[in-house]
Design a protein around this ligand. Structure first.
Ligand code: ZN
Length: 144
């Protein structure tokens, strides 16, 4: 059977992140403050600069791309689970430059918020804990 669990929507929080804050850290802080350990995240807004990752499946390492320029967050989609027993936010972003050209990838620390409006939905259900996955080299949900 395809590994999955049933979860139910518990609470939804809407807010904005402070100017100049770190995007990943800001979203993680909201989850920690609200005791959210399971859920999903959506956000839009703009960044002053950005750092996104691409996972090289051969070398099993992230390759990072940095953008030292303002960009729109045309979409941010993420989830919330546990890693080492702590709230862990995993998000991917699509960013657009001043020509509307988009870039996307794994959201990395080092992305600086200009403005960000987020919606975080907390789920009730079994905990999703991340553990090392041999096949991919990633830290994935352990659902066995
Ligand atoms: Zn990712």
């Amino acid at each position: 059977m395809t590994p999955h669990r049933q979860v139910t929507s518990k609470e939804i929080f809407m807010g904005k992140l402070p100017f100049g804050s770190d995007l990943t850290e800001g979203l993680t802080n909201v989850c920690t403050e609200r005791n959210i350990t399971l859920g999903r995240i959506k956000a839009i807004g703009a960044v002053q600069s950005a750092k996104i990752g691409f996972y090289n499946q051969k070398s099993r390492e992230y390759e990072f791309i940095s953008f030292d320029q303002p960009m729109e967050i045309t979409d941010l989609t993420g989830n919330v689970s546990l890693r080492d027993g702590k709230t862990f936010v995993h998000a991917h972003v699509t960013l657009a430059d001043n020509a509307g050209k988009t870039f996307g990838g794994h959201l990395a620390p080092g992305t600086v918020v200009f403005a960000c409006e987020f919606v975080i939905e907390a789920f009730a259900g079994p905990q999703f804990e991340r553990t090392y996955d041999e096949e991919t080299g990633l830290t994935l949900w352990s659902l066995e």
